[in-house]
Design a protein around this ligand. Structure first.
Ligand code: COA
Length: 160
């Protein structure tokens, strides 16, 4: 919870929110940060973790398991504050989260969708071994426009 003020500061950035669902508040307030962290703290084992860089809070990464027949899959989601971009931090965080997910959560598949213009996030997933599974044309309505979404997944290879 001590990270809440810095989370609010880093998340309150249109260059961040433009890449995320509208459920990610914009503007992003301290109350939003406290509510989000409060939700994260309820999961055991943890599903959302803070990303630290040189001991400093820099962003979040989370795995959200599906339900019903999708319960062996999880969606990965992440963001890092703009001062930390392009240092390889998210690529490392995704690698670590994949390891964590496959060892601590009962899942065999990790997937996500990236808006067509978010080439940095597509690159992160490709660097981490995710496979591009397809393009969902015009599936995203964001900033009053339709966009394609690029879908990626990584399947745990040891699983049959
Ligand atoms: C996208 C995001 C997660 C990237 O995090 P990061 O820590 O900067 O990522 P990394 O440094 O590990 O890797 C970024 C890669 O994208 C590349 N890249 C950066 N900007 C790019 C651009 N505009 N076009 C193409 N590639 C780009 C970098 O060169 C790097 O690739 P490289 O290692 O081959 O050089 C970060 O910018 C972010 O949190 N953005 C806002 C929220 C968001 O987009 N979340 C993901 C939603 S799917």
């Amino acid at each position: 919870m001590a990270d809440a003020p810095r989370l609010a500061e880093l998340a309150n950035n249109e260059k961040v929110s433009i890449n995320l669902r509208d459920g990610f508040p914009n503007p992003y307030t301290l109350a939003d940060a406290e509510k989000f962290i409060g939700m994260c703290l309820k999961h055991d084992p943890a599903q959302v973790l803070a990303i630290e860089y040189n001991g400093e809070y820099a962003g979040n990464i989370g795995l959200h398991p599906g339900d019903d027949v999708y319960r062996k899959s999880a969606e990965i989601g992440y963001f890092i504050g703009e001062p930390f971009w392009n240092k390889g931090i998210m690529s490392r965080a995704v690698e670590l989260m994949v390891e964590y997910g496959f060892s601590h959560l009962d899942i065999v598949r990790i997937h996500t969708g990236v808006f067509e213009y978010n080439t940095a996030s597509q690159r992160v997933l490709e660097k981490c071994g995710f496979k591009k599974e397809g393009v969902f044309e015009k599936s995203v309505f964001k900033s009053n426009r339709l966009w394609d979404e690029v879908r990626y997944a990584l399947v745990r290879t040891a699983f049959g």
